[in-house]
Design a binder for this molecule. Structure first.
Ligand code: DUC
Ligand code: ZN
Ligand code: ZN
Length: 490
């Protein structure tokens, strides 16, 4: 067989194993794995390198308008270029409905913008802010039919949050039509009541943001949404887990058989609330929920290790440190007015590699699971994405495990203009990045260059994944209905 490309002599890593084999690629797909493959038209020397599946970032905000009306700093071009430089070859950002928006128009708008600009493949989640009759009966099922198989809902933010009955409506719709509901779970009352007090007393600096988003607000909302999901018996995915209490609530629910998935993000492993406590500059580290303390970091690491947390995503939400983003009122901006979010698409994998694999906390196979394979499994992108296997897309990042980088925002390709990780010394870096067999980035042959036409990225219609299967576990009151022969239509 004559291959288009052979990646030769590297260590190919999947979620299960690491093997010293060559990778044969033809027509954008992996077609052979084995030692001593015959030559390809293009030969890539991967000796001494790790050959990893390209990362999948299933939580990132791209060209999205926040509920405060602030457009994030990256469009589909800059964000996907930045992702690729960081070894990520698939993203799943959000199409965001605001309350007065008609969902088909929202979807058409995001599709158009992404199709023009994305350089890597992408799917979409749909943020649901107004689950009215039209949304539940027509618009969500129609979105699912087009391969948008996940919704995000909010339990906080004045203009986004859903109350419990609305959450149950969305969960029931997700169950009926085969979608996964992602939840931003924080107790709105605690946050907004404390924020009102803080601002009223003139405490408006960024550090008060971290005070208002209490650990208990995460714990309360996690337990509540888990209870709601148990009523409907449908899987949920809790995003951006940040606290000891949150990890414990998920662990306890999973132990009693509830199907709850969860993710954490770089900001909860590598930042703390101390980063926010530096005057106005602290705004650069403000996200919701906020980074906590070292003990919470340890809990998140432990959650990743024991499977309580299935995913590691960036929650890239880039805003510039100026009037367009973090500081709409300049130096007078209060913590309530700052755009919420931190950039992280490009550094997500290098940070986890250095602090996780490099330090021996996780294996390289766990790294692949957390950054790629599980995202494909949970969000229905497999078997084409998230692994290196015969028949999969040749979305591959070749890493030099010894390449050292001192992080500096000038090295990065997003539009945030800063990075919360400036000055960190990282070891291990993606040197060559390939999407569907095309080499987009080769840091040895063409350092800092990307060879990718705008719009080459393709929309990925996602399949119904096994993760969507209900646990088949009813709460006692609903089980009782069956014993009485009283059907309940969910
Ligand atoms: N939630 C997110 O998921 N990202 C940024 C801000 C937020 O509240
Ligand atoms: Zn969120
Ligand atoms: Zn987010």
């Amino acid at each position: 067989m004559n291959f288009d490309t052979v990646i030769r002599g590297g260590t190919v890593v999947t979620a299960e194993l690491s093997q010293d084999v060559d990778v044969g690629i033809t027509n954008g797909q992996v077609v052979a794995l084995g030692a001593g493959l015959p030559p390809g038209q293009r030969e890539i020397d991967a000796r001494g390198r790790l050959v990893l599946p390209g990362g999948i970032d299933s939580h990132c905000h791209i060209e999205q308008v926040s509920s405060f009306g602030i457009l994030c700093a990256d469009d589909f071009h800059s964000a996907t270029v930045s992702a690729a430089f960081g070894g990520t070859t698939t993203v799943i950002p959000f199409c965001a409905q605001h309350r007065s928006d008609h969902i088909p128009e929202v979807l058409a708008d995001y599709h158009r913008r992404a199709a023009e600009k994305a350089v890597i493949d992408y799917g979409f989640h749909l943020i649901v802010a107004n689950p009215d009759e039209q949304t539940l009966a027509t618009d969500l099922p129609a979105a699912i039919d087009t391969g948008i198989r996940s919704f995000k809902i909010f339990m906080t933010y004045d203009r986004m949050r859903l109350h419990d009955e609305q959450i149950l409506d969305v969960l029931a719709t997700a169950r009926r039509h085969g979608a996964l509901t992602m939840v931003h779970a924080e107790n709105h009352g605690i946050i907004s009541w404390l924020a009102g007090r803080m601002v009223g007393q003139g405490n408006v600096a960024p550090r008060y943001h971290a005070v208002c988003h209490t650990r208990s607000s995460e714990a309360e909302a996690f337990n509540r949404v888990i209870a709601l999901a148990e009523v409907v018996d449908t899987p949920i995915l809790i995003v951006h887990v940040s606290t000891i209490e949150g990890v414990s609530a998920i662990r306890a629910a999973r132990e009693r058989g509830v199907k709850v998935f969860a993710e954490t993000c770089p900001q909860y492993l590598f930042l703390t609330a101390k980063d926010i406590d530096r005057g106005l500059e602290g705004a650069m580290f403000c996200c919701s929920p906020p980074p906590r303390d070292e003990a919470a970091q340890q809990a998140c690491w432990q959650g990743l290790l024991d499977g309580t947390l299935s995913l590691y995503s960036s929650d890239h939400a880039p805003y510039r440190f100026d009037a367009s983003g973090k500081l709409p009122k300049g130096e007078k901006t209060t913590f309530k007015e700052m755009a919420n979010g931190v950039p992280g698409l490009e550094l997500r994998l290098p940070l986890l590699y250095s602090y996780g694999v490099g330090s021996g906390r996780i294996s390289i196979n766990q790294f692949v699971q957390l950054t790629a394979t599980r995202h494909a499994q949970i969000y229905g992108l497999g078997p084409a994405k998230g692994t290196i296997a015969v028949g999969a897309d040749a979305d591959i990042a070749i890493w030099d495990p010894k390449h050292r980088v001192t992080v500096d925002s000038a090295l990065l390709h997003d539009n945030a203009g800063y990075t919360p990780y400036a000055g960190r010394e990282l070891e291990g870096w993606p040197m060559l990045v390939m999407s569907r067999g095309e080499v987009l980035i080769d840091q040895v042959a063409a350092p800092g260059q990307i060879n990718a036409a705008r719009g080459r990225g393709r929309f990925l219609a996602r399949e119904r994944s096994d993760a969507l299967q209900p646990a088949g576990r009813q709460i006692p009151e609903i089980a009782q209905l069956a014993a009485w022969n009283t059907p309940l239509s969910i």
